[in-house]
Design a protein around this ligand. Structure first.
Ligand code: DC
Length: 242
């Protein structure tokens, strides 16, 4: 572990199945930095809404859930923990019920507003304790950390993304078929890209990285090159770096 080697924020945005989570976590571990999975936060609010019997498309009811949700998430890349109250929900939030409802919940402006405040606090805390953090999501480079030292927008063909998601689901014991996953990936992309509140879109100053023909190590190597080009290792963070 090279504690504190990264200084500042790396924003990793892009649709699901681009390898974002695996890359973000490994990158953070390699650089001794914090790691924040913002999708897990939207998923946890979604789980709370579903458990309360709230219709995910009812904006007011979903907003009330988000206002009172007892959500906590750690920024340790090796032992990530997501809690709803005292309960660890890291596995349940990846299940089908949450995956089907999360785009509707994350389209609610009040939910985004509330989670934005939490995410910015977590980022500031991690920068203070680790020196830097890798943050993954859909609006990190555009809304959450617009001054991030490095922004990477990951893409991949829809086929490659569906294949990766199916492999991941199967490996983690969830029932999965390529066709159903492709439909789900396409549906969520459509919703995430077309929503009015901070839609999935690349920041103007993001570096695009097409991962269709790259393995995880290939993606990591390219991002580490960018980290070194920008001299983000071992330098003190200047004011306004994120
Ligand atoms: O990264 P993920 O698949 O776990 O994210 C789940 C959903 O949360 C995704 O469909 C869109 C939403 N999301 C978002 O709107 N903004 C973020 N920063 C992260 C995720």
């Amino acid at each position: 572990m090279v504690e504190g080697e990264l200084h500042g924020v790396i924003a990793l945005d892009g649709p699901s199945g681009t390898g974002k989570s695996t890359v973000a976590r490994r990158l953070a571990t390699l650089l001794g930095a914090g790691y924040l999975d913002t999708g897990a936060m939207y998923r946890t609010v979604t789980l709370a809404a579903l458990r309360a019997g709230v219709d995910p498309s009812d904006h007011d009811a979903v907003a009330r859930i988000a206002e009172h949700v007892a959500l906590s998430i750690t920024t340790d890349p090796v032992h990530q923990e997501v809690l709803l109250g005292e309960e660890s929900v890291g596995i349940e939030i990846r299940g089908q019920a949450v995956t089907l409802a999360v785009s509707a919940v994350s389209a609610v402006p009040r939910v985004r507003e509330l989670l934005k405040v939490r995410q910015q606090e977590l980022i500031a805390d991690a920068c203070a304790s680790y020196g830097g953090i890798v943050v993954e999501g859909r609006d990190i480079g555009t809304v959450i950390a617009p001054n991030a030292a490095l922004k990477v927008f990951l893409t991949a063909s829809s086929d490659a993304r569906a294949r990766r998601r199916t492999t991941q689901d199967t490996a983690e014991g969830r029932e999965s078929s390529l066709d159903a996953t492709r439909q789900d990936v396409d549906r969520r992309d459509r919703l995430d890209t077309s929503r009015a509140a901070s839609p999935l879109q690349p920041a103007g100053d993001a570096v695009w990285l097409d991962t269709t023909n790259l393995d995880i190590q290939g993606v990591l190597d390219r991002i580490l090159e960018l980290v070194d080009e920008r001299e983000l290792r071992g330098v003190a963070a200047g004011p306004g770096r994120w």
